[in-house]
Design a protein around this ligand. Structure first.
Ligand code: PLP
Length: 232
């Protein structure tokens, strides 16, 4: 018997494949990350049992309670703002950090990963739309951050991440997604030592448009897990 989660997972996966094919991109070009913030351990276990092995949380504190109770299997992505004083905890809990937004935070994560004996992957979150919350590096500071990334031994920066202003109409997000792809292309030519192939962009309301614009990692919460009790 297939549960409700498994059905939603299959439907999201089908939509991903269709969007990739519209953009002439290979099927395996997109990684689906299930964002399980606010969801119970039982719900997350159901997701793992259904075969979703890339999971994301936005708060270190919540992740610290949940991740050890899920057990081995999934790879964990941190998608929310990370305070420098939580870098040690984050480096132990997560495999991928999508919210690197300052040279200071990158340095702290690199040292934390080194002392935990771990290697992390990272995305640099770019504040393209002049995001008001203090999340994301201003585009003018991106090159300095990427120069620092080239010197990191334990955090491998693989691309850029974007959290555009919320808009229920996905077409309104398209210009931001396109812009992130262009910023990444420019950064690749200036930082040939970094891979910078990955783009973390697109959520429940707009992941198909993000894929059409080049997303390699989509972060999908509500379309998989259903509505959240309070917005997190
Ligand atoms: C919550 C969250 C998501 C998922 O949002 P949905 O709209 O539920 O798909 C993706 N990225 C970040 C950074 C988030 O905080």
């Amino acid at each position: 018997m297939q549960g409700a989660f498994a059905e939603r997972l299959e439907s999201v996966r089908r939509r991903i494949v269709a969007a990739a094919s519209r953009a002439g991109r290979p099927e395996g070009a997109v990684t689906l990350i299930g964002i399980s913030k606010t969801m119970s351990v039982e719900r997350v276990k159901e997701a793992v049992a259904a075969g979703l092995l890339e999971l994301g949380e936005n708060r270190v504190q919540e992740a610290r309670e949940k991740i050890p109770r899920i057990g081995p299997g999934p790879r964990w992505h941190l998608v929310g703002h990370l305070q420098g004083n939580k870098a040690n905890l984050a480096a132990r809990l997560f495999d991928v950090v999508h919210s690197i937004d300052s040279t200071d935070l990158l340095g702290r994560l690199d040292r934390a990963a080194a002392s935990a004996g771990r290697r992390l992957q990272g995305f640099v979150q770019v504040a393209l739309a002049g995001e008001t919350q203090k999340a994301g590096v201003p585009p003018a500071d991106l090159d300095d951050l990427l120069r620092a990334a080239a010197g990191c031994g334990h955090v491998e920066v693989r691309g850029l991440m974007l959290l555009p202003p919320y808009d229920p109409d996905p077409e309104r997000s398209r210009p931001w997604f396109r812009r992130l792809r262009e910023v990444a292309a420019g950064a690749r030519t200036r930082h040939p030592g970094l891979r910078l192939e990955d783009l973390s962009m697109g959520m429940s309301d707009d992941f198909e448009v993000a894929i059409e614009e080049g997303a390699t990692h989509v972060r999908v919460g509500r379309a998989l897990f259903g509505a959240r009790r309070e917005d997190a």
